[in-house]
Design a protein around this ligand. Structure first.
Ligand SMILES: NC(=O)c1ccc[n+]([C@@H]2O[C@H](COP(=O)([O-])OP(=O)(O)OC[C@H]3O[C@@H](n4cnc5c(N)ncnc54)[C@H](OP(=O)(O)O)[C@@H]3O)[C@@H](O)[C@H]2O)c1
Length: 326
């Protein structure tokens, strides 16, 4: 099969197409023919090894010390089950599915094998492959942090970095959970975040949300510009700060910071399970969560997609369309 591989860490130019062996599904696995994948901020980090402070050694130990251990990047996919192993019961050939291999990666390719009981779910209704492919990365991350924050109906949430992949999902999921959402983004993205459900919008270039009188029950920082020292002024009593982007020093400080003043700091790596994917699929079917697609690239355009994502200014999600005719 055709795959976009990388054999060394570096800029987008390290990505190049290569014929590789098509995976053979085991007895408990399905083989998925990929119709759409995404390029996420996470993909760019793993390609370049530009990771948050304090994570470099750990990341290289996990993904390859001097060169990538797994050569095919890509954490999300949507496609059609091509074949199913002998023990598989939930899926059969022809089923439309989406999956989130996450850090095991491998979606910049024509096919991907996934365990039946792994992070895979049916695509509900007639949701397009491109939309389904973009449900997981932002969706599971937002879900993970909002659940850790124990967000309750009627609470107020501020999302910093609201127009990105995680932020645009966090707005919609927090809204679904019954919260009132304030979005912090550049002026150019104000209309977008309002359309996703933000009741209030703050342009970070002209207004500092921590300097105002408003207090928030939950603050979700995806941009890395709202650490505890800054955000504590805007946190309500018993407020929770979710540091989606946090370096090791912030991660280590979080338990200590949580011990003062009734506030809580939540940091760490988000996880996504099959149940989470089903939850997100239900939200998508109900129209409560629709991943916003910024740009689409063909398979050969994956290096250009990386260049775009790496600007740090993408809006929502960037999708790779494997079969433009589908
Ligand atoms: N902890 C975890 O498990 C986990 C999981 C997923 C992602 N992450 C991390 O979370 C971060 C965000 O991921 P993403 O995929 O959402 O990134 P993204 O799609 O690239 O979005 C980044 C957003 O940040 C906004 N931004 C830039 N400067 C800003 C500022 N000064 N104030 C407020 N917003 C600003 C940009 O919006 P404007 O153009 O409007 O400025 C952009 O939309 C990444 O660093 C990623 O590595 C962590």
């Amino acid at each position: 099969m055709n795959a976009m591989i990388y054999e060394r860490y570096g800029g987008p130019e390290v990505l190049h197409p290569r014929e590789v062996e098509t995976p053979v599904p085991g007895d408990d696995e399905i083989l998925i023919r990929i119709h759409a994948a995404t390029v996420t901020s996470g993909d760019c980090r793993l390609r370049s090894m530009n990771v948050p402070p304090g994570f470099r050694l750990m990341s290289r130990a996990m993904f390859g010390l001097t060169k990538p251990r797994r050569q095919i990047l890509g954490t999300e996919l949507a496609g059609v089950v091509e074949s199913a192993g002998a023990n598989v019961r939930r899926y059969c050939a022809g089923d439309r599915v989406f999956a989130f291999p996450d850090s095991t990666m491998g979606t910049y390719a024509e096919y991907k094998a996934m365990p039946e009981d792994g992070p895979v779910a049916h695509i509900p209704g007639d949701i397009p492959f491109e939309t389904a492919a973009a449900l997981s990365f932002g969706g599971t991350t937002a879900l993970h942090f909002l659940r850790k924050a124990k967000l309750r109906e009627g609470e107020t949430v501020l999302v910093n970095g609201a127009s990105g992949g995680v932020g645009s999902a966090a707005i919609q999921i927090a809204r679904h959970m019954g919260a009132e959402v304030t979005a912090v983004c550049s002026a150019a993205n104000a209309e977008l975040v309002r359309s996703l459900g933000a009741a209030h919008v703050i342009d970070y270039a002209t207004e500092d949300f921590t300097a105002g009188a408003r207090r928030y029950d939950v603050i979700v920082d995806t941009a890395g510009t709202a650490p505890f020292a800054r955000s504590k002024h805007a946190l309500a009593e018993n407020g929770r700060l979710c540091l989606v982007l946090a370096g090791m020093p912030q991660l280590l400080a979080a338990p200590l910071q949580s011990m003062s003043g009734g506030r809580k700091v939540i940091a760490g790596v988000a996880t996504g399970t099959a149940e989470d994917l089903e939850y997100l699929a239900d939200l998508a079917e109900a129209g409560s969560f629709t991943p916003f697609i910024d740009r689409r690239f063909p398979f050969d355009g994956i290096p250009d997609a990386h260049r775009h994502v790496e600007t740090g200014r993408k809006r929502g999600n960037v999708v790779i369309t494997m079969h433009p005719d589908d």
